[in-house]
Design a protein around this ligand. Structure first.
Ligand code: ATP
Length: 450
């Protein structure tokens, strides 16, 4: 993918995320687990907000999509039917010199550990092996006996839980085709070259939706979902100039796929535009495969037309972690502030994504201001995530909140006791308005929805 005009902010973000409690390396005290990350107090709020926005737009606001939460461990035959046992592989090469391991099809994205200005294979000392295929599924055993008959897999995608429940959901909800099933859940892939922080990890969350349609109507649904999903990313505040479609050409297209587009986001620096979501027209591949492997019919009966068929599937598949990273990259900026020597770091997150919606400060620790501010913060907490901070100068407190993306800071001052009002300062414009104390909750709430 192409390099970007936007700067590379990844190192700064990794350090901000650790310092401010967004994201920590997993098991850090033991030296870390390779490409697995833990979400800290602010990160869990951010990712939760993102997932809720997806769930609201994909499930709650739609009559034609139902929710599901299928188990991670599935019958092992699922993965034979889906093609993952035979084909969910990446070509892997080893370097005999540096012992590095790389994806043969993504060498251009990797760096030679001994000569980082070159890609693996380009340095004189590199000795790459022939590529060999490596299955990305994590394997474990169900029950006490560790033998091949009890092998199960940690799911590498959430989609299969939806396919195997197609009839359960359709019949229990009396849905008519076209309709969809959506779920959010963990997926696991033993990636060969993970990295770039939470961009490519071995444990991650997907938000997937499979939309079941009558064959022949599939391309019109595909086009609609393609447009809807792009609009959703823009509604999160991701800049339009950082979002693009990437069409899979014949070489990239899975053999069963009738059409596929990625939505790519420009992560800046050398990473540039990368996939954050895939929209796929999968035809009847998945349901037909599960019919064949399970011996159970997975057909839909259209009563009006009096016909039976296996529906085609339009899939939208987006990574919760990768989109969280896109929101962080998109929002990160350093800027100078008029009249102040020190600049500020701002996470310009959409207010609906921001982990803290409002922070309440007493201007001083006197005159009952902390008590009033605490009371207000407690009231706000009933409606959304709010913070209370009384330490340091007001300028420092603003900076702390800017850096984690808090859209509104509310200050109680010496006038507040008399006029029952407070000052609200907006993160991006720095504009300040005076608002009556009893209206603060509604005022903020109006401005934080997507
Ligand atoms: P890639 O080409 O980057 O490996 P993919 O085409 O295999 O991705 P899909 O199987 O289509 O990805 O998965 C859908 C979405 O899940 C991706 O767009 C991405 O947001 C997310 N995703 C996939 N693999 C990972 C991973 N290892 N870490 C984090 N997110 C992932």
């Amino acid at each position: 993918m192409s390099a970007s005009a936007h700067p590379d902010v990844m190192d700064k973000l990794v350090s901000l995320c650790k310092r401010r409690g967004f994201i920590f390396q997993s098991s850090e005290i033991y030296g870390g687990t390779g490409s697995v990350w833990d979400y800290g107090p602010l990160g869990v709020e951010l990712k939760k907000n993102l997932k809720e926005l997806w769930w609201t737009s994909m499930v709650r606001l739609r009559d034609d999509v139902e929710g599901l939460d299928a188990a991670i461990l599935m019958h092992p035959k699922t993965w034979e039917a889906s093609g993952h046992v035979a084909g969910f592989t990446d070509p892997l090469v080893d370097c005999k010199t540096c012992k590095g391991r790389f994806r043969a099809d993504k060498l251009e994205d990797a760096r030679c550990p001994q000569k980082p200005s070159r890609i693996p294979g380009q340095h004189d000392a590199c000795q790459l092996t022939e590529p060999r295929m490596f299955n990305l599924m994590f394997r474990t055993f169900m029950g006490p006996v560790e033998e091949s008959a009890s092998t199960v897999y940690l799911r590498p995608e959430t989609a299969q839980g939806i396919f195997v429940n197609f009839l359960n959901v359709q019949q229990s909800c009396r849905q008519k085709v076209p309709f969809g099933i959506a779920q959010i859940g963990k997926a696991f892939r033993n990636e060969i070259t993970p990295g770039n922080f939470i961009f490519r990890t071995r444990e991650f969350e997907q938000m997937e939706m499979q939309f079941f349609v009558e064959p022949g109507t599939d391309m019109e649904h595909f086009e609609r979902w393609k447009a809807d999903r792009m609009a959703w990313h823009q509604s999160l505040g991701l800049s339009a100039d950082r979002l693009q479609y990437h069409q899979h050409d014949a070489g990239e297209l899975a053999h069963y796929a009738r059409a596929a587009f990625d939505i790519t986001f420009d992560f800046g620096g050398t990473l540039g535009f990368q996939e954050i979501e895939g929209i796929h027209n999968r035809g009847d591949f998945d349901l037909s495969q599960h019919q064949q492997y399970s011996g159970k019919k997975l057909e839909y009966f259209d009563q009006q037309a009096n016909k039976r068929y296996v529906p085609y599937v339009i899939e939208t598949s987006v990574g919760a972690d990768r989109t969280t990273l896109a929101a962080l990259v998109n929002g990160y900026r350093e800027e100078s502030v008029a009249g102040e020597d020190e600049g500020r770091v701002v996470l310009g997150l959409h207010p609906a994504l921001a982990p803290i919606k409002a922070a309440v400060f007493p201007l001083t620790k006197k005159d009952g201001q902390p008590e009033m501010a605490t009371k207000l913060a407690d009231e706000l907490r009933r409606a959304f995530n709010a913070d209370y901070d009384e330490t340091g100068s007001i300028g420092k407190r603003y900076r702390r909140q800017d850096e984690v993306g808090t859209p509104y800071c509310v200050t109680i001052d010496s006038e507040s006791a008399n006029d029952q009002s407070v000052t609200i300062r907006e993160r991006d414009s720095l504009a300040q308005v005076r608002v009556s104390m009893e209206q603060v909750r509604g005022w903020v709430q109006e401005r934080i929805s997507a």
